[in-house]
Design a binder for this molecule. Structure first.
Ligand code: FES
Length: 326
């Protein structure tokens, strides 16, 4: 990702009390959940590539990309793939959620924003990575932009949103590993794109690695991606530091062996968190002063350099003290 997010942690903690309006199958293991206001009416605006944090009744929070963007949506839709290794997020959603349940969502946040003014856009999705990419495709189509989409899955049974994608004709290219007996030709896709194209990729780690390698020669601010999981084990330790909570008027010590999130939680300061691995952006908090030791995979280089926000689950301090907007 290479463009700034528009929202910081303070805003992210505002929530929406919604109702689960419907559940439908997009594939054998992907369900689409539709959320609405119980009383009806418009929801906060959504930009393409945004996600929401879903606060599940079992106490777990999970981040999911929104399937549609717009200024005056009356429903939010997320697509959730059942993960066989689920720790209670996707499995709980598939097995326990029922239509009519009240569900709390965060406001939409966007760490994967779409540059809508680029001359051409290349969208690349693998598996459930289609969710933010599908949202982007709809937006680009709506504004009359030039775009193409490459959607790779293992087999035909894994393809989601096929009827909708089919409406876009030859702008959408579907690749099935099992039928092609090969993975997507990432190098060929990138090489064939115009020099000023922007690229967006969301998919499993091997696909993203191939994408980053293929796009290494492109301008960094044109190469965007969103990850499912951390690329390397999270380094949680480091020197201790002090955080000053500006609004609460207190100071807390974060010892070497603890994360900032743990310290805040232990002191009764509730920060939303989901992945706890520096990849979802759920625990982002606003930094008012100090230098952050960023260890996440969400913020861009420019955002890191600005030291205006940090992920509480993983990032630490380079300076002895941080002042936080908490
Ligand atoms: S909880 Fe996901 S980035 Fe911190």
């Amino acid at each position: 990702m290479s463009q700034p997010s528009s929202t910081t942690g303070a805003a992210a903690r505002e929530t929406l009390a919604l109702r689960l309006q419907s559940i439908s199958y997009a594939t054998r293991d992907i369900q689409v959940f539709e959320f609405v206001r119980p009383e009806g009416g418009a929801l906060p605006p959504v930009t393409a590539g945004a996600h929401v944090d879903v606060h599940l009744p079992n106490g777990i929070t999970r981040s999911y990309s929104l399937l549609h963007a717009g200024e005056s949506l009356e429903r939010y839709l997320v697509g959730v793939k059942r993960d066989p290794n689920s720790r209670g997020g996707s499995r709980y959603m598939h097995e326990q959620l029922r239509v009519g349940m009240p569900i709390t969502l965060s406001l939409p946040r966007n760490h994967f924003p779409l540059a809508e003014d680029s001359a051409h856009t290349v969208l690349i999705a693998g598996g459930i990575g289609i969710t933010p990419i599908w949202c982007m495709a709809q937006r680009l189509e709506r504004i009359g932009a030039s775009w193409e989409l490459w959607y790779a899955c293992r087999s035909r049974a894994d393809l989601a949103f096929l009827p909708e994608l089919a409406r876009f004709g030859d702008r959408v290219h579907v690749h099935l590993d099992e039928e092609a007996n090969a993975v997507l030709d990432m190098a060929g896709i990138v090489a064939a794109a115009p020099a000023d194209a922007h690229f967006y990729c969301c998919g499993p780690a091997p696909m993203l690695a191939a994408y980053e390698a293929a796009a290494a020669g492109r301008a960094p601010d044109t190469v965007h991606l969103e990850r499912f999981g951390a690329t390397q084990p999270l380094v949680t330790g480091g020197d201790g530091f002090v955080v000053q909570l500006a609004r609460a008027g207190i100071e807390l010590v974060v010892p070497a062996e603890s994360t900032l999130l743990e310290v805040l939680t232990n002191h009764g300061i509730v920060i939303d968190s989901s992945c706890q691995a520096g990849i979802c952006g759920c625990c982002e908090i606003t930094v008012l002063a100090g230098e952050v030791d960023h260890r996440d995979e969400v913020l861009t280089q420019a955002q890191r350099a600005g030291h205006k926000s940090m992920m509480a689950c993983c990032s630490r301090a380079k300076s002895a003290r941080l002042v936080l907007d908490l």
